[in-house]
Design a protein around this ligand. Structure first.
Ligand code: MCA
Length: 501
């Protein structure tokens, strides 16, 4: 059984069942059955093969949330093409790096987004592909694949600044989907409201895959918009919802009566991608009548640890390792730390990526080999996150070994912005740190050593052209010099504090 076989339980096994509601381009809500999705993706698969895309080829997805994203994803899974999702907020500098690294046969995008692609990139618009595919036969397409075949390459930056492509195999995704169905009791009776971007594994690997594997009904929204949340929840009446903490902070703005009405129809709210503040969890329970279930995952490992569905969903904790996932908290010498002590989180299991695309050195740095009690060597993935385990097994994350900033659930790696700022005229040194923010968790701020004339507006403009909007420093603080220790390492906690005016 591979990933597509799990999805076939619905695409074929529940062919007549209503599967997906979305806002049709012509307006109104269109509903598709699993059988219709099966035929649509078969047609696209045949078209891709006609256009020379076969097993092992990469295909860039530079697409917003829309039903055709799912059609194309399924088509790739069926023929063994490798999906390369690209954050639609990315701009030429970020996209160019991904295309150079992954070397996709083509990028599939929309007319609007195509303007952000570097010139000369082979691309199709999803509308052209979908209309051309309509003439292809809709019967099944299946290519013999190994579960260890790459299904996707998901770009996630690293401390080095240039993003790395985490390879996710068919088996990684299959393991994750099965774990979530079992542990979060997701069934075909659920109604899943999808608001997270499909270019990230939270929306794709958790949301879409749990929907396809369970055969539940999904309403696909283009994105989360607080102003439309009430209408979405009230019209679709979901039982299942995945969000990042920023989304839950926004949902708390709802009037109490409406929140209670929505909560009465809901079965499960799940949070991840960033730490969920305990006060948000408590306020949410008071308002919606549900205790949010917090879990911990990464693009490189999908889901690792989750609070239990039954039993205590402990505020501030991410719960216990998922079935088949091994988690260890280790010190600098790779020895396990004691209960309550802080160690780095290491993960091993069928959910863990085999490594980074064409980056053997980055892969080597991210895995350690440990001899298990039977004397066998095992590869353990270094998450870069710090954690501690209580005596009863609950794991609590407590910071990061790296300087990662998570803003609204989006990952920001300071080095990428620091290197760019230091390329700007007049900027001698730059450091970017996250500052706490009620709504987004953290916001990026830059401290710079700059020559006269110091023009922060110009810096912001340059960043806006180069990066996704969520990465742009909210302020550029000029300092005489950056505080460094005896080894020359920047001591970020000695930077002059910045608070939003
Ligand atoms: C945000 N923007 C978007 C989207 N989201 N544009 C198009 N499609 C989107 N889905 C734009 C906003 O308009 C804004 O643009 C800019 O991005 C920053 O948005 P933000 O300031 O964050 O505010 P927002 O618009 O209210 O969005 C809040 C949000 C969004 C809905 C929480 O940040 C979001 O969808 N975050 C989820 C990210 C995610 O899926 N993370 C999972 C990564 P402008 O500045 O031009 O106005 S995977 C992961 O972390 C691991 C695997 C795990 O464990 O899950």
């Amino acid at each position: 059984m591979q990933l597509i076989d799990i999805f076939d339980l619905s695409l074929i096994g529940r062919a007549e069942k209503s599967a997906l509601e979305h806002e049709a381009h012509a307006g109104g809500i269109q509903t598709l059955t699993f059988g219709e999705l099966e035929a649509r993706s078969n047609r696209l698969a045949r078209l891709l093969e006609k256009r020379g895309i076969t097993r092992g080829d990469r295909l860039g997805f530079f697409l917003p949330n829309r039903v055709e994203f799912i059609d194309l994803f399924l088509a790739c899974i069926k023929i063994g093409a490798i999906v390369v999702p690209i954050n639609i907020l990315y701009r030429e500098r970020e996209i160019g790096h991904i295309l150079t690294d992954a070397e996709p046969k083509a990028v599939v995008t929309t007319l609007d987004l195509a303007t952000h692609l570097p010139s000369g990139v082979a691309s199709y618009t999803i509308d052209e592909l979908s209309s051309a595919a309509a003439n292809e036969p809709g019967n099944r397409v299946r290519v013999a694949l190994d579960g260890d075949d790459p299904a996707a390459i998901v770009y996630t930056s690293g401390t080095t600044g240039r993003s790395k492509g985490a390879i996710l195999t068919h088996n990684n995704f299959a393991t994750n989907a099965v774990n979530l169905l079992v542990c979060w009791k997701i069934t075909s009776d659920d109604r899943y409201l999808a608001v997270l971007p499909l270019f990230h594994v939270h929306g794709l690997g958790n949301g879409v895959h749990a929907w396809l594997a369970s055969g539940c009904r999904m309403r696909l929204a283009e994105r989360f918009e607080a102003t439309r949340a009430i209408e979405l929840f009230e019209s679709f009446e979901p039982t299942l919802f995945f969000g990042v903490p920023t989304v839950y902070v926004r949902l708390l703005e709802m009037p109490g009566e409406i929140a209670r009405r929505i909560g009465a129809k809901m079965r499960l709210f799940v949070s991840g991608s960033a730490p969920l503040p305990a006060n948000v969890m408590e306020e949410f329970r008071d308002k919606f009548g549900h205790t949010i279930l917090e879990r911990y995952g990464m693009s490189e490992t999908l889901m690792n640890i989750s609070n239990p569905y039954e039993g205590e969903r402990r505020p501030g904790s991410v719960g216990f390792p998922l079935p088949g996932v091994s988690v260890r908290l280790l010190d600098g010498e790779l020895n396990p730390v004691g209960d309550g002590e802080i160690g780095e989180v290491y993960v091993s299991g069928p959910n863990v990526s085999p490594g980074y695309w064409r980056r053997p050195e980055a892969t080597a740095e991210s895995f350690v080999t440990i001899t298990n009690f039977a004397g066998r060597l095992e590869a353990w993935f270094r998450t870069g996150d710090l954690g501690q385990r209580a005596g009863d097994g609950y794991v609590t994350l407590c910071g990061r070994r790296t300087d990662l900033i998570i803003s609204g659930g989006f990952n920001i790696y300071p080095r990428e912005i620091e290197e760019f700022l230091q390329e700007q005229p007049g900027i001698r040194e730059a450091v970017v740190c996250g500052v706490p923010d009620e709504r987004r968790g953290e916001l990026p701020v830059a401290w710079v050593v700059a020559d006269d004339p110091f023009e922060p507006e110009r810096l912001e403009e340059a960043c806006r052209e180069a990066f996704a909007s969520f990465k742009i420093p909210r302020a550029f603080v000029r300092v005489e010099s950056l505080p460094r220790n005896a080894l020359g390492k920047i001591q970020k906690h000695h930077l002059p504090p910045w608070t939003r005016a």
